[in-house]
Every structure is written in structure tokens, then in C-alpha cells.
Design a protein around this ligand. Structure first.
Ligand SMILES: Nc1ncnc2c1ncn2[C@@H]1O[C@H](COP(=O)(O)OP(=O)(O)OP(=O)(O)O)[C@@H](O)[C@H]1O
Length: 386
């Protein structure tokens, strides 16, 4: 018997997920999802994204409308956008306001790394519905990431930055909120800062150059990630960056292959990068890979994949922390150069500075080169349906 619905669950579906397979899978799953939810007195509302970034808007609308749950249907990019919309909407209401809307996940993507942390299988339609209807909620930490871009680079290549509403640096108390202010910040060149949220893992270096390659290889399914990694390593030039944990001194990392920072366990299509990570311990884990070329990747990459990288000399970790800042090494001398009246700083110099900026990806969504990135973990920022 179908009971009168008293709570709403908004399903946000990315029809383009997994190279279009999400759309087909959803078509088959939809009747079951509706039936399971209605039996538990949930009213299902279905929203399809119209393009990249649209899930940010749809999730923010669901939170604003007081939905009991949002069901993100797709891969990690869809979860990323949904989390960004939920966090942006709650940030508008004031610092530390926890959305009453819980996050549900129906994993139907390519890599689908986030769901692996919880041991949820792909395509588990009934399990996804039951996680919503049984009412069990687990606190979920979310990282707030302030992204600064080099003055010569254009705005974000990421989908989630292009839609409304936006949680800009404004919400951090730096400027008026909203898309207009984001535009102003971008016009201010190097001072532009965007606020993004990461629920699983972000990285800079070679891994951050793979998303455009992965996007072209979706037909290879889970193989798209290792194949893209090899292609990216062939072109990658190692950079020097500096990191500061929990406000401590800057530490220089030379010949960086990649720096991975995370909340969850899995990254890059099933690599167990943080085997001991918890999504509700209030701490970020960090892995640093230096001087790793293609030969190392081919012969030792399996140790990165299995999380046994303590055996690798060129892999180190930082103590778990609550916040982390990363900047290109040239940024350390930037202020001094400016003070010395570096009037000769021409467009060529700006382009060179941009080239020295590492590329970033957030939850697998490519951002291009970033000058400074500041990551702060917000403990128990959302409630996850488990
Ligand atoms: N309607 C749409 N049309 C085209 N692209 C979309 C649409 N909706 C969302 N997108 C974009 O699709 C991209 C991929 O989505 P998603 O991450 O869900 O699937 P996936 O990449 O196959 O999975 P995974 O990230 O787990 O490997 C995201 O960058 C998102 O912005």
C-alpha cells in the first residue's frame, strides 16, 4: 500500500554520467526508487541536470525548499556538485548552519570513488533507497577550499563554478555574496578567490591533469583512469610547491609529481590512497609523491593503488591536519619582487608564473592552474544517509 507522502526526496540525475550510461541505468531504476521511497512515506521529485554545474543549482534549491534528502545519481562529479550546492545554500544562512537535508547517493558513474569508502556497490538501487528511508544519518566532514588563480589564467574550467548560487569568498566574509561578486573578483586578477567544497579527495600535480583525458576515455570505463594517468605522466613537468599545515611554517616540496589531500579513502578510479581515512574524524590526510616518472608508475604504481606506499622512497605523508595551504614556490618571492618595483613584469612574466602554478582537481573535477589553494576541513558539515 502506498501511504501519503510527508517527506520529499529530490533525486538529481546527471544523464551524461558514465558516458551516458547513468541515463540508461536511471530509466531502469526509477520505478523501483519511486516505489521504495513511497512505501516509506517519501515523495520522490526527479530533476535532470541540463549541463555541467546544474546539479549545484538543483541541490541548493532542494535544500532551500526543505527536502528531507537529496539523492545524487551519477559519479563523483555529480556528488561534488550536489555537495557544493548544499554547502553554498547553507553558507548563505550563516556559518556552521547544518542543512536539515541529508545527502543520499546512488552511485552510477565511471570511477565512483566516494562510494567505495563506505563499501557501497555500484548500481545498488535498493541499498541506496534503504539508506534514505531507514533514517540512519552519519556526520560527513566537508573541506572548504579557497582557490586563487594566476592572473593570466581564465576562470575555472570546473563545472561547479559556473552555476548559481555560488558560495564565493564572500561567504568567507571577504566580499558580498553571489555570482556578480564572483565576477568582480575574477576581474581583480590575481586576487580572485573562489570557494569550493570537496567531499572526497583533491589533488595537485599530475593527477589534476588527467580529468580532460579521462573525459575522452569514458568508453574504457574503469580503465579510463590508469590509461589517462600514463598519458598525463608522459607530458607532465614536475614543479616545486610549498605547503603549510594548520598554520605552521611553509615546507618546500621539490619536483612534485602529486600532492593528494583527502577526506575519503579512494581516488583515481579505485586507488586506496588513504587506507585509514574516516569521513567524520575532522582530519585531512595527505600524500606527497615526488620525482615519480612513468617507469616508477608502471613498476610501483600497484603500491600506490593498494595503499602500501610506505615502502616507496618517493612517497611521504604529512601528519593528519585540519587545514592545509599550498602555493607554488615562486609565490614566496612574489611580494619581494613586487616591492622591488618589478615594473618590467610583462605579460610574458605573468604567463611564466602561471606555468609554474600546479594544476588542481577537486573530487575529480579539473580546475586548471591555481596560484594558492587553502583547504579547511569543516567537521560534520553534512549528514550522510548510510
Ligand atoms: N546534463 C549534463 N550534460 C553534460 N554534462 C553534464 C551534465 N550534468 C552534469 N554534467 C557533467 O558530467 C561530468 C561527469 O559526471 P559524473 O562525475 O557524474 O560522471 P563520471 O565522470 O562518469 O563519474 P566519475 O566522476 O565517478 O568517474 C561532471 O563534470 C558534470 O559537471
Amino acid at each position: 500500500m502506498v501511504l501519503a507522502a510527508s517527506k520529499s526526496c529530490v533525486a538529481i540525475i546527471n544523464p551524461a554520467g558514465a558516458g551516458g550510461r547513468t541515463q540508461q541505468a536511471w530509466s531502469k531504476a526509477a520505478p523501483t526508487v519511486r516505489q521504495r521511497l513511497e512505501l516509506a512515506e517519501y515523495k520522490l521529485e526527479v530533476r535532470f541536470t541540463a549541463g555541467p554545474g546544474d546539479a549545484v543549482r538543483l541541490a541548493a534549491e532542494a535544500v532551500a525548499a526543505g527536502a528531507a534528502a537529496v539523492l545524487a545519481v551519477g559519479g563523483d562529479g555529480t556528488i561534488h556538485e550536489v555537495v557544493n550546492g548544499m554547502m553554498a545554500e547553507s553558507a548563505q544562512r550563516g556559518p556552521g548552519v547544518l542543512p536539515a537535508t541529508a545527502l543520499g547517493i546512488l552511485p552510477l558513474g565511471t570511477g565512483s570513488d566516494f562510494r567505495r569508502t563506505f563499501g557501497w556497490s555500484e548500481d545498488d538501487i535498493i541499498g541506496s533507497c534503504d539508506r534514505i528511508t531507514r533514517g540512519k544519518r552519519q556526520p560527513l566532514d566537508v573541506a572548504r577550499v579557497l582557490v586563487s588563480r594566476p592572473s593570466s589564467s581564465s576562470s575555472s574550467s570546473s563545472s561547479s563554478s559556473s552555476s548559481v548560487p555560488q558560495d564565493t569568498a564572500a561567504a568567507a566574509g571577504n566580499a558580498p555574496a553571489g555570482p556578480a561578486s564572483q565576477q568582480q573578483q575574477q576581474q581583480q586578477g590575481a586576487a580572485a578567490v573562489e570557494v569550493k567544497y570537496v567531499v572526497n579527495i583533491c589533488s595537485c600535480g599530475v593527477g589534476a591533469t588527467t580529468p580532460p583525458i579521462v573525459n575522452k576515455l569514458k568508453w574504457l570505463r574503469t580503465l579510463s583512469y590508469p590509461v589517462a594517468s600514463v598519458a598525463a605522466l608522459l607530458k607532465y613537468k614536475q614543479l616545486t610547491v610549498q605547503v603549510s599545515c594548520d598554520g605552521g611554517p611553509w615546507q618546500t616540496l621539490e619536483q612534485l609529481t602529486m600532492l593528494v589531500v583527502g577526506n575519503g579513502i579512494y581516488w583515481g578510479g579505485g586507488m586506496r590512497v588513504f587506507p585509514r581515512a574516516s569521513t567524520h574524524d575532522g582530519l585531512l590526510d595527505t600524500m606527497i609523491v615526488q620525482r615519480m616518472g612513468l617507469a616508477d608508475f608502471v613498476t610501483k604504481g600497484h603500491l600506490l593503488r593498494s595503499g602500501e606506499y610506505e615502502k616507496l622512497q618517493n612517497v611521504t605523508t604529512l601528519p593528519p591536519c585540519k587545514s592545509l595551504k599550498v602555493r607554488p614556490a615562486h609565490a614566496a618571492g612574489g611580494a619581494a619582487a613586487a616591492a622591488a618595483g618589478a615594473a618590467t613584469a610583462a605579460a610574458g612574466a605573468a604567463a611564466a608564473a602561471a606555468a609554474a602554478c600546479p594544476w588542481w582537481e577537486l573530487d575529480g573535477e579539473g580546475q586548471g592552474p591555481c596560484s594558492e589553494v587553502s583547504i579547511e576541513l569543516l567537521p560534520a558539515a553534512l549528514q550522510l544517509c548510510v
